[in-house]
Design a protein. Structure first.
Length: 126
């Protein structure tokens, strides 16, 4: 299964349904099941404040926490960005020319599975 490593609190925001798009500077043609891996990187001061704003708690680090379907990869335009709720805008990097990876059928993995993250899309076996 393909996997993507994401910093906290963004990975947990996906698990909580606060974030339906993962924003990236690069596109992908991949569609299908994707594992969301919570990075081991500690929360910065800015990301702690963001977590408090959205009441995001109970962080996992270094674990696969969610399985989702990656159903689309949308080039960001001004119109598309303006159509997003504030939570999406706060929890992503919404810049014209970036890409919004649409995540659907989000399922929390219980229990989370330890894994070593990587950059880009990577293969995870469980």
């Amino acid at each position: 299964m393909k996997a993507l490593t994401i910093w906290q609190p963004y990975a947990q925001a996906i698990a909580l349904g606060l974030k339906k798009f993962e924003t990236r500077s690069w596109s992908t043609k991949y569609r299908g099941k994707i594992a969301i891996h919570a990075s081991v990187k500690p929360l910065s001061k800015e990301r702690k404040l963001l977590a408090e704003k959205y009441d995001i708690k109970n962080f996992s680090f270094g674990e696969i926490i969610v399985i989702a379907d990656l159903t689309d990869c949308i080039l960001m335009t001004e119109k598309f960005i303006k159509s997003q709720p504030q939570s999406e805008l706060d929890l992503g990097n919404w810049c014209i020319g970036n890409y919004a990876w649409k995540l659907e059928n989000i399922q929390i993995l219980t229990p989370p599975q330890k894994a070593s993250g990587k950059q880009g899309l990577w293969n995870w076996s469980y």
